[in-house]
Design a protein around this ligand. Structure first.
Ligand SMILES: [Zn+2]
Length: 253
């Protein structure tokens, strides 16, 4: 699954997805360890259990002010996962201050002096729930990020064709490092220097070899949560630095 925690210079806390049931408990531990007592914006990119289940644990444990989701339900055939989704719906509507549903083509934009933060529901005609994932663009000074959730062939094509956001420094790779034909075009437009692939043990064989090969050919530095563990990126708005669990650090700039 995916879970991305962002702390802005003015201490706004943003959480994009919370992983699966197992991941959710780790996310809560992480937030507690880092003394995070409230989340300003919680984004549920889409209703698949490897993204939304963990958010339920966060909602149970930590004060959440705003929740943003795409409003599209998914009934997991796994009872535990579906139960967590129903709890997510209940808690996100009852225990928070504001609740937003972004429909296709709608976005939520925040701009302060220091950051630009834009959550967007791509206007894509696709039968796949993944293509309805909310994507997030974050810019701090010269450094920018695209968190591409699980968008697939159609989603990647549309947001690159429309040049919806400017090119970025760091890409949270779409859909756990799968490869789709649109990737070449998508990466040529967004031009990340670095990609983070959020992936665990899986039966689909992700990340796909074609995806890794393509990144290498385009000289995009790759970090993977299955290999490197939690990946931390710190930026001063001019540069950014990447820290891995084993203490290794990459200057990048
Ligand atoms: Zn996923």
């Amino acid at each position: 699954g995916d879970a991305i925690f962002i702390s802005t210079p003015s201490q706004k806390k943003i959480l994009i997805d919370g992983g699966g049931p197992e991941g959710g408990r780790s996310v809560v531990q992480f937030l507690n360890r880092n003394n995070v007592t409230s989340i300003d914006f919680m984004i549920s990119t889409h209703a698949h259990p490897d993204h939304v289940s963990g958010l339920t644990y966060v909602l149970k444990d930590i004060k959440v002010i705003n929740v943003i989701e795409n409003g599209i339900d998914y009934k997991s055939p796994v009872d535990e996962e579906y139960d967590l989704f129903l709890q997510f719906k209940k808690l996100s509507r009852n225990e928070t201050d504001q609740f937003y549903i972004l429909k296709k083509g709608e976005g939520l934009k925040l701009k302060t002096e220091e950051i630009e933060f834009h959550v967007y529901h791509p206007n894509v005609d696709s039968p796949h729930l993944n293509d309805d994932s909310l994507i997030t663009y974050l810019r701090y000074g010269k450094i920018s990020f695209l968190f591409a959730a699980d968008i697939g062939e159609r989603g990647r094509t549309v947001i690159a064709e429309n040049r919806f956001f400017p090119p970025v420094s760091v890409l949270k790779s779409p859909h756990h490092g799968d490869y789709v034909p649109a990737d070449n075009f998508f990466l040529d437009y967004y031009k990340p220097d670095m990609a983070v692939i959020s992936v665990g043990q899986n039966e689909q064989g992700r990340p796909d070899t074609e995806c890794l090969d393509l990144y290498k050919r385009k000289e995009i530095k790759i970090f993977r949560t299955d290999v490197h563990g939690t990946i931390k990126i710190i930026s001063d708005g001019e540069h950014y630095w990447t820290f891995l669990k084993n203490g290794q650090q990459y200057p990048n700039q």
